[in-house]
Write a protein that binds this ligand. Structure first.
Ligand code: SAH
Length: 256
């Protein structure tokens, strides 16, 4: 998989992508990364990428010409045309299923906005426009890093243990079950006995129940997309009614 970014701050990506799992995945050639500088496709002495909005208003907008030139030029550099992703608070909400779709692509180009955003015509180049959530960032670079990180960890071999990406929050449509490590008792808080029992069937059953419980408690909106047995449906209904957790009372602060 080849991933590229187009932005006015190309230097911000490497410090993150060269570390830890991202760095190792690059060294193992699980993905290749290249950051392009949008200013390389300007033709004036000041390498101008922005201009004021027609109709007035605050701030500056990214001009369409360098973005068009850059996306066309970058796209034609290899035989595989990239899947072109733009970012905007107006885009489709990015989530794990989008990450899974992107992980199937051979080549992706992420186009990152700055300032007040882009001339609307530039979005015509996008195959997809993603929003990370209902808040406003100063630029698309962080959004691109979030998306790249979430895609790379799905690529075969990127995580040490290939199973670990399959059993996480959202992969089954549910939030992940609670996990514990040593010590078995800490400041009076005991790890649930079943997890110490060595009975794998019982552990799996506890985890499924706990995942259902946490999802019902914190993200009931996710339950609509999950297949439940009639017993599980009753169980979830009970939680929605009582709103009690069996994870030692730790509440992550959700008010849903
Ligand atoms: N004026 C725009 C916001 C521009 S923010 C508006 O009100 O919609 C500048 C850039 O940051 C955007 O072009 C986009 O690339 C990025 N950005 C800001 N918020 C984002 C979000 N929630 N998700 C993804 N990208 C975002």
């Amino acid at each position: 998989m080849r991933m590229e970014t187009l932005s006015v701050f190309p230097q911000v990506f490497a410090p993150y992508l060269n570390e830890s799992i991202m760095g190792r995945a690059q060294r193992k050639s699980i993905f290749e990364f290249e950051a392009h500088d949008l200013r390389d496709w300007t033709h004036d002495r000041h390498r101008t990428v922005d201009d004021s909005p027609f109709g007035g208003g605050q701030g500056m907008l990214m001009k369409p010409e360098p973005i068009f030139e850059a996306v066309e030029d970058i796209s034609s550099r290899t035989d595989v045309r990239p899947h072109v992703v733009f970012f905007s608070p107006c885009g489709t909400r990015y989530d794990q299923s989008r990450a899974e779709e992107l992980a199937e692509r051979e080549r992706i180009l992420f186009v990152c906005g700055r300032y007040e955003g882009m001339d609307e015509r530039a979005y015509g180049l996008a195959d997809e426009v993603f929003s990370l959530g209902d808040y406003v960032l100063t630029g698309g670079e962080l959004a691109a890093l979030v998306v790249i990180d979430s895609v790379v960890r799905l690529l075969p071999g990127a995580l040490g243990d290939d199973m670990s990406a399959k059993d996480e929050s959202f992969s089954s449509g549910l939030l992940e079950y609670a996990q514990y490590t040593r010590p078995a008792e800490f400041r009076g808080m005991r790890v649930p006995d079943v997890l110490l029992s060595g009975d794998h069937g019982a552990v799996d059953a506890w985890r499924r129940r706990n995942a259902l419980e946490r999802t019902a408690m914190w993200r009931p909106d996710l339950l609509d997309g999950v297949e439940l047995t009639p017993e599980e449906r009753d169980f979830v209904r009970g939680i929605l009614d009582s709103r009690k957790l069996s994870n030692g009372g730790v509440d992550y602060g959700s008010t849903q």
